[in-house]
Design a protein around this ligand. Sequence first.
Ligand code: GDP
Ligand code: MG
Length: 597
Amino acid sequence: TDLRNIRNFAIVAHIDHGKSTLADRLIQICGGLTEREMKEQVLDSMELERERGITIKAQTVRLTYQAQDGETYILNMIDTPGHVDFSYEVSRSLKACEGSLLLVDASQGVEAQTLANVYLALDHDHEIVPVLNKVDLPAAEPDRIKEQIEEVIGLDATDALEISAKTGRGVSDVLEAIVQRLPPPKGDIKAPLKALLVDSWYDPYLGVVTLVRVMEGTLKSGMKVRMLGTRALHDVTQVGVFRPGKTKADALGPGEIGYVISGIKDIADAKVGDTITEEKRPCEAPLEGFQPSVPVVFCGLFPSDTSQYEELRDSLGKLALNDSSFLFEPEVSPALGFGFRCGFLGLLHLEIVQERLEREFGLDLITTAPSVVYHVYTKNGGMKELHNPTDMPEPTQIDHIEEPWIKATILVPDDFLGPILKLCEERRGEQIDLTYVGDRAMVIYRLPLNEVVFDFYDRLKSVTRGYASFDYQLEGYREGDLVKLTIMVNGEPVDALALVVHRSQAEVRGRALCAKLKELIPRQLFKVAVQASIGGKVIARETVSAMRKDVTAKCYGGDATRKRKLLEKQKEGKKRMRQFGNVEIPQSAFLAALRMD
Ligand code: GDP
Ligand code: MG
């Protein structure tokens, strides 16, 4: 295909602004799907969309479009995930394209992820077409939102399109704008092969499938290719495109996006961001790759039923096949037994993995409080990356501790500004900027990630009744006065409840946690002491008083069934309990460490 007839674009938007709906419409108009298939696709898309978010995979579709100028164009559309945790994923999709559609809900306006994603697109030198969606809604105010786009983002919105992805109104103008306003790709078909490995995933039938964007030269089946980063050699067995089903092609030329199957067995050999070239005629320099994604939040995952350990390991292995940003390693906890310490890109990522394990793999899990990665500098001059509060060295050995800080952007209606500022201040935030966008405030704060991991989203939602949007970027490490808070039950430390907190908050958190645990730990036959301590010094204490507990005592008479049911119910509950010393601690106690009211 002539390069002039190719357009590669991404759709960037805040979550729920209509990206998937628009993508489905474009596929429908370009005849990728019949009316019947379209229905199925739309039906599927709810589940699929979840799946997408979950596998954290951007989707790619090739469309064929007959434009008003009489020419036929190939449009490669990459759908990107909207959430902050996956900006890494967004970034690599953008690298494969020359332009973006910036989709903004005309009733809601610019949100935190609109900004984050459009800035990413601008960083990649994208040409951007602003599109106002949902103009069918009575609450839509396209003119006001256009002003907002100009004011906040600094993009010219005079020619912004006004559409309804739902009713189809204005959608054909989107296709014309893609052709007329976005630039075609550049690239020399005769040059040595140079292709960007955009994504890779594991297919149980085909092995590792990679998504590539060819920059120069041609990629054909039968070719021997080399990965410039890993130096690995592979034989290309098939190339093709998604339309949206997998469709074989003879070759992929410059400017094209498609898939490659090349007998790679291990996903680790298909590193996202790597450059693919031909073995016998290699290109000179590799493409600029991506920053590797680094897990920033860690937590322990343990099976509530210890016999599910092997299953958990297999399931984590399967998930990791398709999600290279997710890490796991075995962990043994005296309190929770055998499990895994897992690393995630953020809290949403954590939740998604946890939900998948429970939903798809039928596992029942106990999750420990998420923790950020601390840099612990010891007196002997070493530095330890702390993934688990339990592994904190003795205070006497520590020189100082550094913690990760983020730059957070929060957009919120003016009415809720007060509570937001209060929340950020409570969380050791430092205000960087406060501006207005119409009746909405845009607040920029520097915050320790540790404070965000600890129920920040929940608090943000509750103090703004869901009207705030939030986005953040990691800024770097800074020294902090941090201590390990140990929780002891009857004098024994419960490793899974250990936390790293700022010294100024240790006492409040310790007290609150003890009080919570007092409520959650069922009464036993003896008194149970719950204590919080720092470096051996007790800072809070509660007592669970003793009680004789016999659930069957009330079942006098001969009602054996009822008695048995009660006992079974109790047994079921036990699975979710953890024996600790001589005390049983319910799973809810471990969750309590995550949330405070
Ligand atoms: P995404 O998160 O950006 O992919 O958003 P979706 O495409 O999943 O859309 C979010 C919600 O907005 C869904 O309930 C859609 O039906 C709805 N929606 C999308 N486009 C429109 C539109 O043009 N008008 C109206 N009224 N609703 C829309
Ligand atoms: Mg979507």
